[in-house]
Design a protein around this ligand. Structure first.
Ligand code: AHR
Length: 522
């Protein structure tokens, strides 16, 4: 009976909101209904993943300083970066690329440091890569962070044998040439490797292949990627970027292809005005802010498009969508190497992160892994370093605030909100998602996309009664406020008091351009 009353109440509430919205064509109240007693799928912790490529100062300088460095380190890995990554509960880390992955030959990066081959990083700045950070160093990094390894294999310029041997070297506990080599290099026991990608962007930097050709190659490579001992590889096939639905169709339509992978990757970067007009990360106007927000919102359409295709061939949703590159891509900071993709990170990036993480949460039934590009010093990083200094970016703070959703169950929400209008264009001003964790705590994450106007969100929480609310807010005085090495704490989260809870209705007063995460307990 109680359930029936709840359902009727929800239906009335939703119907009322819809009718009202049609009549006025304008919603004066922002309303977010949260249905707290009917949880949906588990939000995979792995959608909070990160990506580390041999690119610019991501690995070298940003993560790896070597054991002889004056910068405090553990086995050559910076301590400050390590602690910061632990704090946001990084669930998995993707490595070694990106485009670099399809030029990487893993045997160059094992054995005594002084004997490792130097190569040229042809994709990223033409710099010398001394291979001092290789398989053992990466696996140590994941162990120290406490996260799973996501390794990206080389299809574009590698061989089946090379990839098969890498998996064997990493995960086998049998007696074999590869396991003997691993032991000689100081690692007695096999590692666990959770995710293994069969190439990266093979429609582009990973070999310029067609979808048909790649699917055949993928089938061949995948055949030799064995599960050794207890290790079960989650094989990720290279998927398309953006709206290339034909590629997904090709990979999904044939059972013999489909059975060779567990996850299909997609890449999507938010661009202000196409690849030739990306604009500055810090010096932008409201028009560019608005374009970034529009670009961010497209992630939802992109996921829906690829999910619809996957649903046709995999209605039980056994395959995951792996959004293993996403984020804002702006021009490099003036005076920096164009091949290093170094960009600052502002309040605009914080909102970008919140929008994406809310979208991934909402697609928890299909999106199982996602990796922000990239973790340190490259594109929309969570961390920037300069010599021994480290800065946590606004994006970092969003990841810390949102970590409460990891492995929680998605809650149904119904969001009706006013538009954020710029010129003749409009987008919803609020982004949201909600989940319930294993202790019964509900978390609601919200972003106000409007840089000029606070919003009040009325939030009826249906089906469960909560007594206490606590929250955090991230906001800034300017759209382009950022944390620099001189002022590292200009943008940082604060305790949030802008809410009331009365008779099961939460009222949230959000500042302009802000991210808020609320915790409701009984
Ligand atoms: O993240 C930078 C690059 O963007 C990656 O190497 C590549 O996969 C993508 O095009």
């Amino acid at each position: 009976m109680k359930k029936l009353v709840t359902v009727l109440f929800i239906l009335l509430l939703l119907a009322g909101t819809k009718a009202g919205a049609q009549k006025e064509n304008l919603i004066s109240v922002n309303q977010l209904v949260v249905i707290a007693n009917n949880p949906g799928p588990v939000i995979s912790k792995d959608i909070y993943g990160h990506f580390s490529e041999h690119l610019g100062a991501c690995i070298y300088g940003g993560i790896w300083v070597g054991t002889d460095s004056k910068i405090p380190n553990t086995y050559g890995i910076r301590n400050d970066v390590l602690f910061a990554l632990r704090e946001i509960k990084v669930p998995n880390l993707r490595w070694p690329g990106g485009c670099f992955a399809d030029t990487y030959h893993w045997k160059d990066g094992i054995g005594p440091q002084e004997k490792r081959a130097s190569i040229v990083n042809t994709h990223w700045g033409g710099v010398t890569e001394d291979n001092s950070f290789g398989t053992h160093e990466f696996m140590k990094l994941t162990e120290l962070i406490g996260c799973d390894a996501y390794i990206n294999g080389n299809v574009g310029s590698g061989t089946v044998k090379e990839m098969a041997e890498w998996v064997e070297y990493l995960t086998s506990d049998s007696e074999s040439p590869m396991t003997r080599l691993r032991k000689e290099n100081g690692q007695e026991k096999p590692w666990n490797v959770k995710y293994f990608a069969i190439g990266n962007e093979n429609w582009g930097c990973g070999g310029n292949m067609t979808d048909e050709y790649y699917s055949n190659v993928m089938r061949q490579f995948s055949t030799y990627l064995n599960n050794y001992g207890k290790n079960r590889l989650y094989r990720v096939a290279c998927g398309p970027s953006d709206y290339n639905f034909a590629w997904t169709e090709t990979l999904m339509k044939d059972g013999a292809t489909r059975n060779r992978f567990q996850g299909l990757s997609i890449h999507y970067y938010s661009l202000v005005d196409g690849w030739n007009n990306k604009g500055s990360a810090t010096d932008f106007d409201e028009g560019q802010w608005f374009q970034t927000m529009q670009a961010n919102n497209q992630m939802d359409q992109i996921i829906k498009g690829h999910s619809d295709i996957m649903d046709r061939y995999d209605p039980r949703k056994t395959k995951g969508l792996v959004v293993d590159e996403w984020g804002n891509w702006f021009d490099v900071e003036p005076g920096t190497n164009p091949g290093f993709l170094y960009q600052q990170n502002t309040m605009r990036d914080a909102i970008t992160a919140a929008i994406h993480l809310n979208i991934f949460n909402q697609h928890a039934d299909r999106v199982k892994v996602a990796n922000l590009a990239q973790v340190v010093n490259v594109l929309q990083s969570v961390i920037l370093t300069k010599d021994d200094k480290m800065v946590l970016t606004p994006t970092y703070h969003v990841f810390r605030m949102f970590r409460v959703h990891q492995e929680a169950k998605l809650l149904n929400i119904d969001l009706r909100c006013e538009d954020y209008t710029y010129g003749t264009k409009k987008i919803p001003s609020v982004s949201a998602s909600a989940s319930v964790d294993k202790d019964g705590k509900v978390h609601i994450s919200l972003a106000n996309l409007n840089p000029n106007k606070p919003v009040t969100v009325i939030c009826p929480v249906i089906g469960e009664t909560f007594k206490y609310v606590a929250g955090e807010v991230l906001s800034a005085s300017e759209m382009n406020s950022y944390n620099s090495f001189e002022k590292p704490d200009l943008v940082k989260p604060a305790s949030f008091k802008g809410f009331t809870l009365k008779d099961g209705i939460l009222t949230v007063n959000m500042p302009s351009k802000s991210v808020v995460v609320l915790e409701l307990t009984k």
